[in-house]
Write a protein that binds this ligand. Structure first.
Ligand code: AMP
Length: 329
């Protein structure tokens, strides 16, 4: 039997090249090997303020981009998190098993809440986010949860909660493996290459979006922050900007930055950036074309409905069993 894997993406903005290279590209490669569940985490997106119309649009755009990038809905279960109510329900049930101390220790909560201007109105949802994420995982009993380093602590909480629940109420949850990431890829911000490229970034010049047009891509890469040495050498610590562009190029070419250093030997940053931009455009153009076709075909809704049906079948069973264990029905 195939091993099961679950992964989510938060529709808090447009899909970035970081998402594509960090996770989407791998999922496309893994979809035949694993029993794969992919959800668009719109319930996580609302832990910070969202414009409803924009949220709906981002959710559908991300789902369509997964398909456009090559995810096959016949094999992969792709769905909107909010269309599987068991996520919210189990999230609540697990909240009752979690302490405020545990949630306060989550570094992502500390980081995100610190960024909010008004400290007196930090949303409770931001605080409780990890219990919802534990529910996302425990509902599907996956063997593998491909998360970035930033999510490691949350997977550990899911593991603690599963063990705690099983001890208290009897065997119910499969304990997810602690860290399960196959890839440690991190694409950095084009304007501040010491921080991760993020779809919720406030500086659009710093982020490459999957749907950016070629002219925009050329412009963003041309203005990406580098250094004054003008030598293309892979050195993430001292030359984070150039090294980030080399990482991007290497991933698109399925090789390592060290392997391709010689390609730009003796060339300046302009030549190098031109090559990187053209390679990104070559990879993104077919995805953008597929995306337009998916939108035109009107198939997205059917695919997401079918995905939700399949996910509901699995998740509903688990939440019903959990309710019974807790004496709720
Ligand atoms: P998020 O955009 O935070 O919802 O993350 C969705 C997935 O994309 C997660 O698996 C992240 O680890 C991955 N991801 C997001 N941004 C990047 C990035 N800049 N580089 C690599 N992976 C990323």
């Amino acid at each position: 039997m195939k091993k099961r894997m679950i992964t989510g993406i938060t529709p808090s903005g447009k899909m970035t090249l970081g998402n594509y290279l960090g996770v989407v590209k791998n999922l496309i490669d893994w979809q035949d090997e694993y029993d794969l569940f992919v959800f668009i985490a719109n319930l996580h997106a609302i832990t910070l303020p969202q414009n409803p119309k924009q949220l709906k649009q981002n959710t559908e755009e991300i789902a369509a981009l997964y398909l456009a990038a090559g995810l096959n809905p016949e094999n992969v279960v792709i769905f909107k998190q909010s269309e599987v109510p068991a996520h919210s329900e189990l999230g609540w049930l697990l909240n009752t098993q979690t302490s405020m101390g545990e949630l306060s220790r989550m570094t992502q909560f500390k980081d995100k809440s610190q960024k909010l201007a008004n400290k007196s109105s930090i949303p409770a949802g931001l605080f409780n986010y990890p219990t919802l994420m534990a529910a996302d995982i425990l509902l599907y009993e996956p063997d593998f949860v491909p998360v970035g380093v930033d999510q490691k602590q949350h997977v550990e909480l899911a593991r603690d909660l599963a063990l705690r629940f099983n001890n208290k109420y009897g065997e119910n949850f499969k304990v997810p493996e602690p860290l399960l990431t196959k890839n440690k890829i991190k694409i950095m911000d084009l304007q501040d290459p010491t921080k991760k490229m993020s779809k919720s970034s406030l500086n659009p010049k710093a982020v490459l979006y999957i749907l950016d047009e070629p002219a925009i891509i050329r412009k963003k890469i041309a203005s990406a922050l580098t250094d004054s040495e003008n030598v293309v050498r892979y050195d993430p610590e001292n030359k984070p900007g150039v090294s980030n562009l080399m990482t991007i190029y290497a991933l698109l070419k399925n090789t390592t930055p060290e392997n391709i250093e010689h390609l730009w030997e003796g060339k300046n940053y302009k030549d190098f950036k031109d090559d990187v931009a053209e390679e990104i455009i070559a990879i993104l153009e077919p995805i953008q074309k597929n995306y337009q076709e998916i939108k035109r075909s009107g198939k997205l809704e059917t695919i997401l409905n079918e995905g939700a049906l399949r996910a509901n079948r699995v998740a509903q069973k688990k939440v019903t069993k959990t309710r019974k264990k807790m004496g709720l029905n």
